[in-house]
Design a protein around this ligand. Sequence first.
Ligand code: NOJ
Length: 572
Amino acid sequence: MTQNLADTSRPAAAPTAANAGESRGWWRDAVIYQVYPRSFADSNGDGMGDLPGIRSRLPYLRDLGVDAVWLSPFYASPQADAGYDVADYRAVDPMFGTLLDADALIRDAHALGLRIIVDLVPNHSSDQHEWFQRALREGPASPLRDRYHFRPGKGENGELPPNDWESIFGGPAWTRTENPDGTPGDWYLHLFAPEQPDFNWENPAVADEFRSILRFWLDMGVDGFRIDVAHGLVKAEGLPDIGAGDQLKLLGNDVMPFFDQDGVHEIYRSWRRILDEYPGERIGVAEAWTPTVQRTANYVRSDELHQAFNFQYLSTYWDSAALREVIDLSLDSMRPVDAPTTWVLSNHDVTRHATRFGNPPGNTQIRTPGDRELGLRRARAATLLMLALPGSAYLYQGEELGLPDVTDLPDEVRQDPSFFRKAGQDGFRDGCRVPIPWSGTEAPYGFGPTAGGPSWLPQPAEWAALSVEAQTGDPTSTLELYRSALAVRRAQPALGGGTEVTWLDSPEGTLAFRRDSATGEEGGSFVCTVNTTAEAVTVTAPGRVLLCSTGNTEVTGDQAVLQADSTTWWAV
Ligand code: NOJ
């Protein structure tokens, strides 16, 4: 099933434009743009995004000013969880293209100075993966069963699941199998959908296989891996009961026997050794939901991964005090391990921040559109705040267009597996996965090659006005704000780098902090002011306005008016 490239003679880790002229720690302050391949650009008009589509849009990303692109999974997959159910880790799903397309995409990106990070899904495979299929076919005696978690059920006839664990997507985390002779058999563990059986990382064949998969993609030239469910690989010995229901609510607060077990760190130490064998500072990024930022810091110790997503920041509402607290906490937690803090506001699993901030404070899954104008205004301000912080920032495709979540998708088009399993995660993630509007006045707005052509999720009519084409050249547009912000970030040595912010006194409901150039260059200091209130606030102008999220910070003499829900960047 695994595809092979014709060009097998190419040396491993051939030097690339991205690798050439290596800078120490490029990832420490990188802006990394997440592409969700299903929804970015569709080259062949089948309604589904693909690798040639992404490739054709790389110049857009270069011009936007990002440093690297993280691609959500494009591997061979039955798409039970939009590609996070991988049937073959070394093959591209035909829906997205071929390995040759992946190779061309990586080469083109490097030629444009962009790095490529691919998604790795080591916690579980697809139930269509060859190992799992053989384990089922060969029955209880199959040695392949030990590569997953197969267990006999409880109860007189094994009719009850082996323990009380619940799936993140709802329902029990176990599904019963049928023996080859048709009788009811053992159960297998799946923390997510039944189509996503969890690997048993105690089995050495699993560890070997993933080390080989890492090398496969590193040899292809990728610059790093985003590691899915990085906190889930190792389960507590004996798979003990939790003893409580509604377990989703415990996640992120309590230590669970299936998450954030200390044993995961040995795996990442072995992966780091592999990453370090390759030139060009290849990186690993942990998707690790842990109870505290201090626990998250364990994943980025100097001999483990390079970055971990900062979900505490993503979960913080638009409120100056809460933001200051989470910023301090994030920076303080990463300092002891000398890892950069990361910042993220949106991704393919949460409601877009333009919609979250137009709704009252709540969780990261919001079902109502809220106040669109307010949400966008705050989202623009939140982005400028994020890009002013020391460390690496993640952007999710479409946020640069100010896209809201699509909260009114009809049930029949939804594909999020948790939508169909109710009791678990909310299941409304399709709302942030609607294809990108590029141009034109008729759907799919340049997402596919033909006006009136299909897109796997329908786009709202209002998105014609939000397309890349419609926003380009309009100085008030969100796209131009992102372009300017990223250009200023590149030009200002005090932005992104370093690990410190110096808080300045500022009125209630506002934030002000200074960033000094790590190199101590003249004129390299920078101040960011943020107003999270609904009223304009007058302050002493800290310097010269570089950029403002509302486009109009009024300065009269030494007095500056910070507009409601705005962020301003100042050169000092
Ligand atoms: C996290 C991914 O971001 C999400 O989309 C996926 O459903 C789960 N992991 C399971 O792989």
